[in-house]
Ligand binder design. Structure first.
Ligand code: NDP
Ligand code: 8X3
Length: 255
């Protein structure tokens, strides 16, 4: 077995697009998420259309024992060939001024985007250290580079991802492990539907009058990053749609 990549949050959006891109390029995959039906469907799709093998791990990244027991299920051969960890699972929940915010939304974001990312990295990074090689790619956000109105806690969690990316790069430096952050602006996935608690009208409005990024755009960037020569580590990439200047200024047609 050659080249294994583990992608968290592969049931949708950016994680799913990354899984497909890496499978098309001969990576075997470990894909994770809570929606097992989607994981199994993606496994079949990839195994029918590429030469890659897929292992599915169905768990909630917020629950430490679930993360630990899922990683324990990975067969030794897969662990020995694990080269890439994509920390992608994440979400925004709510878009309200802080004083009106819902603490359940805050906890969901903190538990997923910060604590979940830490739990899986704590389990996987020793495997990469043992393999004396590896690449961790954290999916941050433009919300980790600046803050925008009502983004408060989501922005804080993505600032944490920004800081953790830099910290991981230092701590894993002696072990030949690359650490990269991709920080996208607006990508049209299920992200906004989740942010607005299932309100698809509100979600559609986010992308109205502009061409957003698509999950495939991020997958292509990730593939470029992981195919650089051994001595090259891309630290950080901010990518927005052409119609987005920063976290809060966009150019909409008919506005
Ligand atoms: P989607 O909602 O389409 O996908 C999110 C993925 O994360 C799903 O596969 C979901 O799987 C997984 N996930 C969420 N919560 C958990 C959990 N508790 N346990 C396990 N998996 C979980 O959104 P995107 O693809 O857009 O989001 C992917 C990443 O990209 C996130 O970190 C997001 O913050 C970031 N991002 C998104 C941008 C955008 O505009 N879309 C821009 C910048 C960054 P499941 O529900 O099956 O568990
Ligand atoms: C997702 C992009 O602009 O909604 O991280 O924060 S944004």
């Amino acid at each position: 077995m050659e080249k294994v990549a583990l992608i968290t949050g592969a049931t949708s959006g950016i994680g799913k697009a990354i899984a497909i891109k890496l499978a098309e390029n001969n990576y075997n995959l470990i894909i994770t998420g809570r929606r097992n039906d989607r994981l199994e469907k993606l496994k079949i799709e990839i195994e029918n259309n590429t030469k890659s093998s897929v292992l599915t791990l169905n768990f909630d990244i917020r629950i430490k024992p679930e993360v630990q027991s899922a990683v324990n299920q990975i067969p030794e051969e897969w662990k020995n060939n694990l080269k890439i960890l994509v920390n992608n699972a994440g979400l925004a929940s709510g878009l309200e001024p802080l004083q009106k915010g819902d603490s359940e939304d805050w906890e969901k974001m903190i538990d997923t985007n910060i604590k979940g990312l830490l739990y899986i990295t704590k389990e996987i990074s020793p495997i990469l250290v043992k393999n004396k090689k590896g690449h961790i790619i954290n999916i941050g956000s433009i919300a980790g580079k600046e803050v925008y109105p009502n983004g408060n806690v989501y922005c804080a969690t993505k600032h944490a991802v920004d800081a953790l990316t830099k910290a991981m790069r230092i701590d894993l430096l002696p072990y030949n492990i690359k650490v990269t952050q991709i920080a996208p602006g607006m990508v049209n996935t299920e992200f906004s539907t989740v942010r607005f608690h299932g309100d698809t009208n509100k979600a559609d409005n986010v992308y109205k009058g502009l061409t957003p990024l698509f999950a495939k755009d991020i997958a292509e960037i990730l593939f470029f990053i992981v195919t650089r020569p051994e001595h090259v580590c891309i630290n950080d990439i901010i990518v927005t749609p052409t119609a987005q200047a920063n976290g809060s200024i966009v150019n909409r047609i008919n506005e």
